[in-house]
Write a protein that binds this ligand. Structure first.
Ligand SMILES: [Cu+2]
Length: 342
């Protein structure tokens, strides 16, 4: 059995006796001492009836006492035992975004206050779904957040363990809205989709639905589900708000509401529906015959509208420049309509 030394610089004094073949002690013999690895355990003095073995670093060494060609050996193991193991970490124990990291460092000391080789520190974590650790041995490890929850990171060194808590709780840093801004026509709709994100742009689940408010509902309205409708030309901002455990997070969506670029008209028996239509300059109007009688779309005066007189089919006209364009039906002059190009 080797002698074990558990702290650095623990020491042990050993005595050698030289005996003759008869068994009697040879007191005059000179005993020489040596260590097979003086960096692990040294001997001092190197000659004499006794010597003191001093532990210098972890490892094993063989101590040899020699008189002439006669030797005796003693095995020594230096294995530090920790009496103190501390773990410190930065930043705090809560990580607010997936991918955030926390660095933990461990310090282990033996009973003489000598630090234990940090390479001997082993790290483990109890919940890989919350965080990962890398590396798993050494003086420090980096904890990286993977999912919301709580986990315990344990350091082991010299027979002791020390734990450090890690909590991952995503904090909403912003609400991303798609589209981030929009141009829509009067009468058109578009769906806003809000996504709460942490500071590293990872989605945050489990929050209540966002709320939507229009800055000017005479220009654009928005439903509780985030559907925007253009009401009148102009601009409006939709404020998207999300209640989070850390407060309300809002995002503004800038809207430009313009006149439509396409309008569909019905040529009925016996009216144009709608009677007045607004479109953007460059826009196109399409009339579709829906009744049984024959009708025409014909400009009043010198305007561009001049459809065939027909009972079915369609007629389209593009209006490149702003203005007011009145028209009527040649068969039924009381049928009138107006296109206003903005
Ligand atoms: Cu008509």
């Amino acid at each position: 059995m080797p002698d074990s030394l558990f702290s650095i610089p623990d020491s042990v004094t050993v005595v050698a006796e030289a005996r003759a073949a008869s068994g009697s002690v040879v007191s005059a013999a000179t005993i020489l001492w040596s260590s097979s690895d003086a960096s692990v355990a040294s001997v001092s003095p190197s000659s004499g009836p006794s010597t003191t073995i001093v532990a210098l670093r972890g490892g094993s060494a063989t101590i040899t006492a020699r008189v002439g060609t006669v030797t005796a050996t003693k095995a020594i193991v230096v294995a530090q035992r920790a009496v103190a193991l501390t773990v410190a970490g930065t930043p705090g124990d809560t990580l607010f975004s997936i991918g955030d990291t926390r660095t933990l460092s461990a310090t282990a000391r033996d009973s003489r206050g000598t630090a234990i080789d940090p390479a001997l520190t082993q790290w483990t974590i109890d919940k890989a779904s919350v965080a990962t650790i890398s590396p798993t041995s050494g003086a420090t490890t980096t904890v990286a957040a993977v999912g919301n929850g709580a986990a315990v990171v344990t350091a082991r060194s010299g027979g002791l363990t020390a734990a450090s808590n890690v909590a991952v709780r995503q904090r909403v840093s912003r609400v991303a809205v798609v589209p981030a801004s929009a141009t829509i026509a009067v009468g058109a709709t578009t769906q806003l989709v809000a996504s709460p994100l942490d500071a590293r742009s990872n989605a945050v689940a489990g929050l209540p639905a966002a709320t939507y408010v229009s800055s000017d509902s005479t220009k654009a309205r928005v439903s509780a589900a985030g559907v925007v409708s253009g009401v009148a030309p102009g601009t409006a901002t939709i404020t998207v708000s999300l209640q989070t455990p850390d407060g309300v997070v809002t995002t503004g969506v800038a809207l430009t509401i313009g006149f439509p670029t396409v309008a569909d008209m019905a040529v009925q028996d016996f009216q144009f529906t709608p009677t007045i239509v607004d479109i953007a300059a460059g826009g196109q109007v399409r009339w579709t015959w829906t009744g049984f009688a024959s009708h025409s779309v014909t400009s009043t005066g010198s305007g561009p509208l001049d459809s065939p007189t027909q009972a079915s089919g369609t007629y389209t006209m593009t209006f490149p420049t702003p203005g007011r364009f009145d028209y009527f039906c040649k068969v039924h002059p009381f049928m009138t309509g107006t296109v206003i190009v903005h």
